[in-house]
Ligand binder design. Structure first.
Ligand SMILES: Cc1cc2nc3c(=O)[nH]c(=O)nc-3n(C[C@H](O)[C@H](O)[C@H](O)COP(=O)(O)O)c2cc1C
Length: 259
C-alpha cells in the first residue's frame, strides 16, 4: 500500500520526518519518551522542570542520546525557580532545541542561538505570541485551552490562526486537544506546521508518570462537558466569581510577562 508522508517546514527546521512533537511534560517526559518519539521520526522533548533538577536533566539527556542519534530537545516551565541552571545544562549538552513555557522567552534566545540550539516558545495568547516573535524564537507553540496541564482560555481552533497572523511568518505549531492524525490534519489546514501533543503521550509505555494516570486517559470517554455548566449571572449581569478569577497559571504568566 502506498503511504503518503506529510512533511512541513518544521521537518526541515528540526530535521525530522514527521511534524509531531511530544510535550515536555515536567518530570514525566523523560529520556525514554523523547528517544522513542525521535526514533519514530518526530521530535522528542524531555520535560526538564523536575524535582531531580539539573543532575536529573543531564542524566536524561545522556540517556536519550544513548537510545537515539536523532535530534531531540528539552522544555521548561520557565517561571519556576532554578530555570537558568536547567537551561545551562540543556545548552551544555547540546540538545537540538529548548522550549520555554509560561514566561517571556526573550532572556534565553541569544545564548541558545550562540550555542546552535533552536528556541521554541509555548504561548496561550496572541500578545504573548507577538512578544515571543519579537524576541526571535524559531518556533511558536500556540496552546489552546483544550490542552492538558496549565493552559489559557482560547480554543486551539481560534488561537492558531490568530497567532499565525500576529507572528510574521514564524512557524507555528498547534497544541491542545490533538491526539491523532485527524487532529494533525486539522491544524495543518489552519496553517500550523505541526502538532505538539501531551495527553496522547501520557498513554504511551515510555511515559514516566503513574500507571493510574495512564489508566484514566485510556478509560476516558467523550463525556458531557460544558464549561458554562452551573453558570449563573452575577450581580448586574457580571460573570460569577469563579469565571472572573484567573487560573493560577494565568496569574503566573501575567505576572511574569507583565501583561
Ligand atoms: C501531564 C502533563 C504535563 C505537562 N507538563 C508540562 C510542562 O512541564 N511544561 C510545559 O511546557 N507544558 C506541559 N504540559 C502542557 C503541554 O506542553 C501541552 O501544551 C499540552 O499537553 C497539549 O495539549 P494535549 O494535552 O491536549 O495534547 C503538560 C501537559 C500534560 C498533559
Amino acid at each position: 500500500m502506498e503511504t503518503t508522508m506529510i512533511r512541513t517546514r518544521l521537518c526541515e527546521l528540526l530535521t525530522i520526518d514527521h511534524p509531531i512533537l511530544n510535550a515536555p511534560m515536567a518530570g514525566t517526559a523523560g529520556a525514554a519518551l523523547a528517544a522513542a518519539v525521535s526514533e519514530a521520526g518526530g521530535f522528542g522533548m524531555i520535560g526538564g522542570t523536575s524535582r531531580g533538577g539539573p543532575d536529573w536533566l543531564r542524566a536524561q539527556i545522556r540517556a536519550a542520546r544513548a537510545h537515539t542519534a536523532r535530534p531531540f530537545g528539552a522544555g521548561f516551565i520557565s517561571s519556576f525557580p532554578g530555570i537558568d541552571d536547567l537551561v545551562h545544562v540543556a545548552l551544555d549538552e547540546q540538545v537540538a532545541a529548548i522550549n520555554h513555557s509560561f514566561a517571556d522567552p526573550a532572556p534565553y534566545v541569544a545564548a541558545a542561538h550562540a550555542a546552535g540550539v533552536k528556541v521554541l516558545a509555548q504561548v496561550q495568547t496572541v500578545a504573548h505570541a507577538a512578544a515571543a516573535a519579537s524576541a526571535g524564537v524559531d518556533v511558536i507553540i500556540a496552546q489552546g485551552t483544550e490542552a492538558g496541564g496549565h493552559t489559557g482560555t482560547s480554543g486551539t481552533l481560534a488561537l492558531v490562526p490568530a497567532v499565525l497572523e500576529a507572528v510574521g511568518g514564524i512557524p507555528v505549531v498547534a497544541a491542545g486537544g490533538i491526539a491523532d492524525g485527524r487532529g494533525l490534519a486539522a491544524v495543518l489546514m489552519l496553517g500550523a506546521v505541526g502538532a505538539w501533543m501531551g495527553t496522547r503521550f501520557v498513554a504511551s509505555r515510555e511515559w514516566g508518570g503513574g500507571a493510574w494516570e495512564q489508566h484514566a486517559v485510556l478509560a476516558a470517554q467523550r463525556r458531557r462537558y460544558r464549561p458554562h455548566d452551573g453558570l449563573r449571572p452575577g450581580p448586574r449581569g457580571t460573570l460569577p466569581r469563579r469565571h472572573r478569577r484567573p487560573r493560577p497559571a494565568q496569574r503566573l504568566h501575567r505576572g511574569l510577562a507583565g501583561a
